[in-house]
Each structure stands twice: as structure tokens, then as C-alpha cells.
Write a protein that binds this ligand. Sequence first.
Ligand code: ADP
Ligand code: MG
Length: 353
Amino acid sequence: MNRFLSAAVICLLLPMFFAGCGAPAQYSENTFYAMNTFVTVRLSVSDTNGTPLSKNRLAQIHKDCEDLVRAVENSISATVADSDTARFNASADGINNGGVFFTKLLTQSFSIAEATENAFHPALRPLSVLWDFGGEGYVPTSDEISDLLCHIDLSFVRMEGSAVYKSDPALQIDFGAIAKGYAAALVRDYLQTTECRGGLLSLGGNVALFGEKEDGSPYKVGLTDPFSSDRVLGYLHRTDGFVSVSGSYERYFEKDGVRYHHILDPRTGSPADSGLVSAAVIAQDGTLADALSTALFVMGVQDAIAFYECGVYDFEAILVTQDGRIIVTEGIAASFDCTASYTVQISSSEAET
Ligand code: ADP
Ligand code: MG
């Protein structure tokens, strides 16, 4: 039996798009496989004036979205041969012709790493490869981990326009925790330039919302219950923006009865043991939402709430702990409906405990 939960499992349920009572669905949907996951784009079939879009026009918009996601993947995936990331990782001292996706994402990654004190760290690839999360899974020795930890240092990287240099040949970039959010943000930006009235994109744990539903009501985004991934933890009512979820249930392997998940604590080089089973981030910046969901997962409740309260970024969060509590930040509490029987706390009450 395959012990891995495929990354293809969509960890956010698709939002309820048009919740009409028995009315035919007023949307056009396309699902494809890219970035190691299933991607679904749902579009309203009318424009902002309510005029129907032609089938050809809808097909063109779907194609543009798919092309964009594939272009991002081909540019920044570490596992696509000849991507900028793969070329950078294979090089001894860097590349002098990084494309715009690569350099922009690297720049944003660096600033999020700094703001999160490296809880989000874009250079963990040597460790992820060692743990073999993409294969059968391997539990490294502490010596193997410490040998690699000394190469996990962003001060070894220097950027000059499209040139990105590294002073340590072993340093390798992994955008796995941010790339899907970046692609989702680019697709949402593109969709907003079209005449399409509204819609959404679901990309491996990232949901992007744009425009409005036919009836003007908010979208309903279902969050997966991390303790039972075929159940819903609750629904978020949103009119726009991005929702991103990172969870230990998404990808893992088991050895000798111990479960090892794919989100690493850069301080230890091992799967983060922060007391959380999932972290959802809601933000207006899709790239940020993806990176922060991983960072908050690594931080754990106390540090994540302190980070939220320090206000360096504008976001909201829903954290689920191993002992079955849900901590919701104040700004999102009113729009989150918990449907599971867990204790829900608002972050300010958590800070007092
Ligand atoms: P998923 O990719 O399953 O949606 P995440 O967005 O949390 O989940 O990203 C996890 C991926 O990011 C891992 O598979 C690995 O490639 C990389 N990664 C693991 N830990 C970290 C971390 N602390 N910071 C940045 N990237 C990480
Ligand atoms: Mg992430």
C-alpha cells in the first residue's frame, strides 16, 4: 500500500461557488495536473454586466490560466530539468540569467524568511531530499542532518538583477512552500484583467477568489479536518483574497510506527513538532498566504499568535492543534463557521492562557 498521501489530494475543499437551490451550476470548470497537484479553475459564465461569455472565450481564459501555471512550474520547480531553480541548484556558484518568476519569488522568499526568523526558509531542499519525502521516505541520522544544516544559510546567496550567485555550491533552493501560492496569485491577477464576473482557483491547498458570485453572496471555502481528511472542519465566508493551508496530514511517510511529515523545522532539520496539525492563512497576497501557512505551522500557536499581533504582515489565521483546539485570529473569527466538535478559541484568549 502506498504510505504516502499524494500531494495531489486537495487539502482545501473546493469553495461552494454558486449555492443556488437546485439551480444549474452557473460556472465553467477546468481541472488539470500541474505543480505536483490538481488545479481547478471555476469561472462565472457571464461578464460583469451579466452578459453570457461565449464558449470560445471561456475556453481561451481557461487555457491562459493553465499556460500561466505551467509557465511558473517550468520556471521555478526544482524538479523540472532546466528550470531556473534546477539550474541554480546544480550550479557551483549560481546563474546569471534567472527569469522574472525566479528572481521575484526569490526576493519575496528572502523577505518572508527574514520576517519569520527563518520559520519559512526557501533553501531547505538538501534536507527534503535527504528525508526523501518525494520517494519512499528515509529517517536520517543526526550526523547526516547536521552535515546539511550548515549549508542552509541565505547569507550564501547574493542577487544582482537577473544574476543570482551562491558562495556555497551545496546551497539549494526549494520553493515548495510558496510556489503554488505565487502561481495562484498570478492567475488571480490575470483573471481580474478579464471581463469574467467572478470565479476561483484551487491549487493544492491554496484557494484564490476573484470577482463576485452571481447572487453577490460570499464564497464558502471548506477547510479540511486535519484529523479526518474526508471531513470538513468548518467554512470560511469570503468575498475575495486567498486561503492557504499547510498540514502534517498532507504528505508524510511512516517508519517503525512513527509518522514523519514534510514540513521541516529549519532549526532542527526534522519535521516541525510545534503542536499544530494544520495552519490556514487568509491574506490578500497569495504568495504570502502560502509561505506564511508553512511558517505558522513551524512556529506553533504561541509564536504564530505573537507574529500575528506584531503586525508585520496583514493576514488572518486558523490554527488546529494536536490536542484538538482551533485557534482563530480576531479578524476572521466572525466569518468562520466551525462544523466539527472541537474547541474554538479566538487568538486574544489564547494569548492570555
Ligand atoms: P504543500 O506543498 O504540501 O502545500 P507547504 O506549502 O507547507 O505544503 O509546503 C511544504 C513544502 O515546502 C515541503 O514539501 C518542502 O518542499 C518545503 N518546506 C518544508 N518545510 C519548509 C519550511 N520550513 N520553509 C520553507 N519550505 C519548506
Ligand atoms: Mg506553504
